[in-house]
Design a protein around this ligand. Structure first.
Ligand SMILES: [Zn+2]
Length: 356
């Protein structure tokens, strides 16, 4: 997005600082982190499918966030602080901003998204607790279905799936192995007569997260209303930390429903859990997802497009943080990788998962 330009400005921050009256400030470090584009409140984008009668992807994470911001007065500041720490970590890690390329401008085909600058965090493994909450036998999904989802998470985040071959040349240069992996730590099963849990965290209240400071908690429970899932961003209440996914959109085998039977709903929600925004920034062209190598857009994409041009550039609609069908998603970007990994650094919002 415009963040490519912003990154350049950040890199040149010292020189720009010389032009204004902040030159004499001893702490010019402070002025290097530009937070002017930060936002958390968003307008809801109504779900519009590619064709009538087809299921459409709908994630409730931003709507849930809007509600939590109203309920929790301190949340905005917490998320601001996390964003500031994220930007500071990224700015400090890569002085030259290498690896970003310029999407939409023939940036593909360089180093294949390998080294994006060492952050000394190594491969980060996230232990996962799965809470299966069911009102019928279909929803009491099998261990094999759960295993299939863990496998998708690992292949998506490590870029080891076959779909990685489908990333267009334009974006293959910025597609990332995030060096984040997942291990199933335990599965909990609960029978409950509730048939639809909604998006108000009721299922988490009924079955609280287990050690959320060190484990990703996933509730597999029927949300209802055609909603696939929702997540909580870093900084939220630990009593509701984790993600919720409806059983038919979890994993690739067993009780699953096309076209969201590729396990990518969970990949997407874990992206939010690790501080990623939607690829279009949940707003118009000037709203950003705070990632420089995901081109600007003003809307989600649905179905399985071959091309999508908005805000004067091609959308990265195959990114896991868009709304396209599972089979059409195949990448996180280097910039998204940086954002996710920043929260595991010492002092970061999820540092305790990585033992920091
Ligand atoms: Zn989402």
């Amino acid at each position: 997005m415009k963040k490519g330009l912003l990154a350049l400005l950040l890199a040149a921050g010292t020189f720009i600082g010389c032009q204004d009256n902040t030159t004499d400030l001893p702490n010019e470090q402070q002025s290097k982190i530009d937070m002017s584009d930060f936002y958390v409140h968003t307008d809801h984008v109504e779900s519009k499918g590619p064709a009538k009668g087809k299921s459409t992807k709908e994630c409730y994470t931003m709507r849930v966030l809007n509600r939590q911001l109203k309920e929790n007065k301190g949340l905005y500041q917490k998320m601001y602080d996390i964003e500031y720490a994220t930007r500071k970590f990224i700015a400090g890690k890569k002085p030259d901003g290498a690896g970003g390329g310029k999407p939409g401008n023939g940036g593909g085909g360089n180093d294949g998204g390998g080294d994006t600058g060492g952050d000394n965090l190594g491969v980060i493994n996230i232990p996962v607790y799965v809470h299966v909450v069911y009102s019928n036998s279909n929803q009491n999904i099998s261990d094999a279905q759960i295993a299939s989802q863990i496998s998708v998470l690992n292949n998506d985040f490590r870029r080891t799936n076959n779909d990685a071959n489908n990333t267009p040349n334009e974006f293959s240069g910025v597609a990332a192995d995030t060096e984040i992996s997942f291990t199933l730590a335990n599965t909990f099963r609960y029978s409950n007569s509730t048939t639809s849990w909604g998006t108000n965290n009721a299922v988490k209240s009924a079955y609280p997260p287990v050690t959320p400071s060190t484990h990703l908690n996933i509730w597999v429970a029927n949300i209802g209303g055609g909603i696939l899932g929702y997540a909580q961003f870093p900084g939220g209440n630990s009593a509701t930390d984790g993600i919720v996914v409806s059983p038919q959109y979890f994993g690739t085998t067993g009780y699953v429903a096309a076209p969201f039977d590729g396990g990518r709903t969970t990949t997407h929600e874990v992206g939010h859990y690790l501080n990623l925004r939607h690829i279009w920034g949940d707003g118009r062209c000037n709203r950003d997802d705070f990632v420089s190598d995901t081109p600007s857009s003003d809307r989600p994409n649905y179905g399985c497009p071959t091309t999508a041009y908005h805000c004067r550039s091609n959308d990265q609609f195959m990114n896991y943080m868009d709304y396209t069908d599972d089979s059409c998603m195949n990448m996180f970007s280097n910039g998204q990788k940086d954002r996710m990994r920043a929260i595991f650094a010492a002092g970061g919002a999820r540092a305790s998962i990585a033992g920091n």
